[in-house]
Design a protein around this ligand. Structure first.
Ligand SMILES: [Zn+2]
Length: 210
């Protein structure tokens, strides 16, 4: 008798993480992967945190204006509930801006993948101070596949892995918060050398790289 445990039936269930700084094309890469699954007529559900309403309430939208319809949720357990309530078997789950979710997103991604679902998530790996963002380190650890995408440093043109905060709106009281939903005018992509872990002025070129 052949023991199946050594050669299990290949399951589609796994976790893919796409991470990087702002303006690195994370959402574009997420949309590209999800579009291919839709072309293959797989049943895909796409989620995003309700906090991220910068472009369109029910779409995930990249900075280059590509978009896919998505379901905004406020808590990660709503993702499991929505998948379970689906009238058709869900084969792929996409999650954008995953760094904004509560810590339970880790368990949600694990449970979905364990059920045989391909889970593709995109998020910021570092906050504007250069610190690992929320639950992202744990998500990266449990993922089968990690793709780090880089932007281009807006100060020197090198590859950029950091998101530089360049303006602050004190009237909104949003200074010092890790969660500041990105708008292009508030951030710049920067390389390690040009990154200043405090507020910086737009497109400041440090003397060291002039
Ligand atoms: Zn630079």
């Amino acid at each position: 008798m052949v023991h199946q445990s050594f050669h299990p039936i290949v399951s589609a269930g796994h976790l893919e993480v796409i991470c990087g700084p702002m303006f690195s094309g994370k959402t574009e890469e997420l949309i590209r992967r999800l579009r291919r699954t839709q072309i293959a007529r797989q049943h895909v559900l796409i989620f995003k945190p309700a906090i991220d309403d910068r472009y369109a309430k029910d779409d995930i939208v990249s900075h280059s204006s590509q978009q896919l319809p998505s379901i905004p949720v406020t808590q990660s357990h709503e993702i499991l509930a929505t998948v379970e309530a689906s009238d058709r078997r869900v084969e792929v789950v996409g999650i954008d801006e995953v760094q904004f979710f509560d810590d339970a997103i880790l368990n949600v991604c694990n449970q979905l993948a364990n059920q045989g679902i391909r889970v593709v998530v995109a998020g910021l790996d570092l906050d504007y101070l250069g610190r690992p963002f929320g639950i992202m380190p744990q998500l990266l650890a449990i993922a089968e596949s990690v793709t780090k995408v880089l932007a281009i440093c807006m100060a020197c043109g090198a590859s950029a892995s950091r998101s530089q905060r360049v303006t602050v709106n004190l009237a909104e009281g949003d200074s010092g918060q890790q969660v500041c939903v990105g708008a292009a005018e508030k951030y710049e992509a920067r390389c390690r050398q040009c990154f200043v872990p405090e507020l910086d002025t737009p497109s400041t070129i440090p003397e060291a790289v002039v």
